[in-house]
Design a protein around this ligand. Structure first.
Ligand code: UGA
Length: 429
């Protein structure tokens, strides 16, 4: 099938590359000319495991093209996926200006039927709005359909998630849209949920909010565990073994970050408020997430006595492992606070340092974990990279001035750390 992807960021590029790998002809469009130039040269603007290989393979087979020309993308395709950003406004509401801009730009180029699919995470009723926008800007009487097909791709495992989804959600309201999307998703042997556009839009916001709620719930429980001397890892295992609860997203830590959960939670709160539905539960999820970072700084302060003048090693900066994405990374708030209190920080992340330099100032970025730990009063684990899990603990102990590790991701076994001579503190254990 012939597909256009409008917006070639984390979602668009992965979606485009994966669809092309299934044998479709895909054109990825982005208004950012520099990004398109980079992609045409086989360079990927961000880190995502497996993506570069996929892009190179499919561009070589001529199934994956790039353009910054909207008309070319629209003429090329039967199905148009909208993958542009929907960042939060100051009040938490999703900013739909990119969607609106794209709708205006697509409309004049529609010369025959096209299916336009929302892939970006959007508030409920955006489909309706999109339809109105296109109708308003279309010059001739051309037929088109709108559909919603939310993505459930985690950064760091997006390619893997694309090919192995738990389900495919299709919000469709015409037979033609149903036929086209059913054909496109034919290779996937997983449940396909067909519903209307509004329900599909809500499925995405509600799923992300629910996952964020699971994380905040376990983080709340971790605070209780700390107070009474229980072990959050065992508590989460005990809870998660109940199939009704499930093991995933019960990992306590310094809170969720990234470009999705904080933004989608805020947008879902705004939607609930607009509909006069009480949403204190969602607000509390966000509040607990903020508190988790404050609690972590409190833990650091209590172990170092005072932060002023202390040398601190920050291991991990990205909002999660296997990505270089720094958006809303908990490390930003934690390190800013420590700096405000006078800490002298050396930081290392296996992948996110070029990005981190845009978000964190006044920190010395070094080449590896041991360099960060040289002569430090404490090491902090802020992202659970495998590299830190496999670190040489003996070497680490020799490098640090004080063998103090404060772990915001519960990466190590406390007994093992004690055996290795560390003072080791983590979340809820
Ligand atoms: C999330 C969803 O998981 C995807 O399904 C969705 O498609 C995507 O948002 C999106 O809306 O585009 P992502 O933000 O990439 O994906 O990453 P997650 O793996 O969900 O992690 C989000 C945050 O939660 C990270 O900061 C992670 O460290 C934290 N987390 C996750 C925990 O603190 N504990 C957990 O148990 C799981």
């Amino acid at each position: 099938m012939k597909i256009a992807i409008i917006g070639s960021g984390h979602v668009g590029l992965v979606t485009g590359a994966c669809f092309s790998d299934l044998g479709n002809d895909v054109i990825c469009m982005d208004q950012d000319v520099a990004k398109i130039r980079l992609l045409k040269n086989g360079e990927i603007p961000f880190f995502e495991p497996g993506l570069k290989e996929l892009v190179l393979k499919n561009t070589a087979k001529n199934r994956l093209l790039f353009t910054s020309n909207m008309e070319e993308a629209i003429q090329f395709s039967q199905i148009i996926f909208l993958c542009v950003g929907t960042p939060p406004k100051e009040n938490g509401e999703a900013d739909l200006s990119a969607i609106e801009h794209v709708a205006r730009a697509i409309a004049p180029h529609l010369t025959a039927y096209r299916l336009i699919v929302e892939k970006s995470t959007v508030p409920v009723e955006t489909g309706l709005y999109l339809e109105k926008m296109i109708k308003k800007n279309i010059s001739r009487k051309i037929k088109f359909d709108i559909a919603s097909n939310p993505e459930f791709l985690r950064e760091g495992s997006a390619v893997q998630d694309f090919f192995n989804p738990d389900r495919i959600v299709l919000g469709i309201e015409s037979l033609r849209a149903k036929e086209l999307l059913s054909e496109l998703y034919k290779p996937f042997k997983v449940p396909v949920l067909i519903t209307n556009i509004r329900s599909a839009e809500i499925i995405k916001h509600a799923s992300n909010s629910f996952l964020a709620m699971k994380i905040s719930f376990i983080n709340l429980v971790s605070q209780i565990c700390s107070s009474v001397g229980a072990d959050i890892e065992k508590v989460a295992e005990g809870m998660g073994s109940d199939r009704r609860i499930g093991k995933s997203f019960l990992k306590a830590g310094i809170g969720f970050g990234g470009s999705c959960f904080p933004k989608d939670l805020a947008a879902f709160i705004r939607i609930s408020e607009k509909m006069n539905v009480s949403c204190n539960i969602l607000k509390e999820v966000s509040e607990i997430n903020e508190c988790q970072k404050i609690n972590f700084v409190n833990l650091i302060r209590s172990k170092l006595k005072k932060i002023q003048g202390k040398k601190i090693a920050a291991l991990g900066l990205a909002f999660k492992p296997d990505t270089d994405d720094m958006r809303n990374a908990p490390a930003i708030d934690v390190l800013n606070q420590l700096q405000m209190e006078g800490a002298d920080i050396k930081a290392y992340d296996p992948c996110a340092m070029p990005e981190a330099k845009k978000y964190i100032k006044g920190v010395k970025f070094v080449k590896n974990a041991y360099q960060a730990c040289e002569d430090a009063d404490a090491a902090l684990i802020l992202t659970e990279w495998r590299e830190f899990r496999d670190i040489d603990l003996k070497k680490l102990k020799k490098t640090l001035r004080h063998p103090l590790i404060i772990d915001g991701r519960n990466l190590y076994d406390p007994a093992e750390m004690k055996k290795n001579g560390f003072q080791y503190f983590s979340i809820g254990r």
